[in-house]
Ligand binder design. Structure first.
Ligand SMILES: NC(=O)C1=CN([C@@H]2O[C@H](COP(=O)(O)OP(=O)(O)OC[C@H]3O[C@@H](n4cnc5c(N)ncnc54)[C@H](O)[C@@H]3O)[C@@H](O)[C@H]2O)C=CC1
Ligand SMILES: O=C(O)CCC(=O)C(=O)O
Length: 355
């Protein structure tokens, strides 16, 4: 990979490679854009096959955070860390503290949080070395597990989609096919059930499926069956890339709205579902609840205020639909445009010399 060429193409600011021999830390911090504020994004710990794969992930994910924060209306830029290592065997206090010191050395340009392979306890170790970490435990003044807030944001986004398609937020009796009933999927099912929706679910984890069947009267289906079930809404909450050439012909839904990251396998799949008449809630707009929630810690965490901010995902999704109609483009492009317009306009405003 030609790193500078890639950074130039997508306008990256900084890539920081961190190494600590004692703990075996190999971390790559990507800082994409800080026009709106300090770069905030989680730390992913993953056993990458190659160094190149890890660098590519840090770059790709940090750019995604710029868009997520901008579309959420936050005064934050985009960053992300990847730690090259096995989260099951290579975590230690010294690793997190070594990493925390590297974060501190950036002096607030980058604020870290949890992501795939990292949990609240890891953030608590990082906190011992730097204040530039969020998603720490409630006992340390943090907000703990972000999943319930992410699920609430997805639920609000689903209401906005329902309003767009059926003219009302009411989803009583609507059938929602929920793929993945892990942390986000479980809490989402709870919100949907309380709102009167009927649930069809799938997950590779049988216990997770049994729980939502038992607690919310969901109907369980096979892993490949979920795409083709008769439903109003398909809600992906497991893996990415489930909107693809194989699944699109099977969809019978009117809406696709879920918490999973990177739902479109390729951008063109966003065009195809639009042509098919399916309303798509862009992933990084609808799943920003976790980010909005941890960002509240920067003001001194207040759960009520955080929930009110997450609730605004409803308005953000509506804004995406307006831009899509205004410019006659698919919603995934409208989301990018919304984020880019905000960065561009505020970037210009913030250029004013203040003395
Ligand atoms: N946890 C959070 O606050 C946020 C999560 N996300 C995204 O939401 C998605 C879910 O995240 P979590 O709930 O935290 O993860 P999780 O690991 O708790 O849940 C994912 C679930 O998907 C299931 N799964 C895996 N492959 C599957 C398949 N082929 N078919 C059906 N189910 C399958 C797993 O068994 C698991 O129960 C991920 O894409 C994540 O990146 C995005 C923003 C924030
Ligand atoms: O929710 C978090 O813990 C941090 C935000 C983040 O990295 C994300 O939304 O991908």
């Amino acid at each position: 990979m030609e790193i500078f060429k890639y950074m130039e193409k997508y306008d990256y600011e900084q890539l920081v490679i961190c190494h600590d021999k004692t703990s075996g830390l190999k971390a790559i911090i990507g800082i994409h854009d800080t026009t709106l504020g300090p770069a905030l994004g989680g730390t992913r710990m993953w056993n990458y096959k190659t160094e190149e794969e890890a660098i590519e992930d840090a770059l790709r994910l940090s750019r995604g955070m710029t868009y997520k924060a901008a579309a959420a209306g936050l005064n934050l830029g985009g960053g992300k860390t990847v730690i090259w290592g096995d989260p099951k065997t290579q975590k230690s206090e010294e690793l997190w503290r070594a990493f925390g010191r590297f974060v501190q050395s950036l002096n607030g340009r980058y604020i870290t949080a949890a992501d795939v392979g990292t949990v609240v306890d890891d953030m608590d170790y990082i906190r011992q070395e730097t204040k530039h970490v969020v998603g720490v435990s409630k006992t340390l003044g943090g907000s703990g597990d972000p999943s319930p807030k992410t699920a609430y944001g997805v639920f609000r986004g689903i209401q906005a989609c329902a309003n767009e398609v059926w003219g009302s937020d009411d989803i009583t009796g609507r059938v929602v096919a929920v793929q993945g009933v892990g942390k986000v999927g479980y809490y989402l099912c709870e919100y949907l059930h309380k709102a009167g929706a009927k649930l069809i679910v799938s997950d590779i984890d049988k216990e997770a499926v049994d729980r939502v069947v038992r607690e919310f009267g969901a109907q369980a289906v096979g892993l490949d069956e979920i795409y083709g079930v008769e439903c109003d809404i398909y809600s992906p909450n497991a893996l990415g890339a489930t909107i693809n050439d194989e699944t699109i012909p099977q969809f019978k839904c009117k809406i696709i709205a879920g918490g999973a990251n990177n739902q479109l396998k390729e951008e063109r799949h966003g065009d195809i579902i639009t042509e098919k008449g399916i309303i798509y809630a862009p992933d990084y707009v609808i799943n920003a609840g976790g980010l909005i929630n941890v960002a509240d810690e920067l003001k001194g965490y207040n759960e009520e205020r955080a929930m009110q901010s997450v609730s605004k995902i409803y308005d953000n999704i509506k804004k995406v639909f307006q831009i899509a109609k205004r410019d006659n483009i698919p919603t995934y492009k409208a989301a990018d445009r919304m984020a880019e317009e905000r960065i561009e306009k505020l970037g210009r405003v913030r250029n004013t010399y203040l003395g």
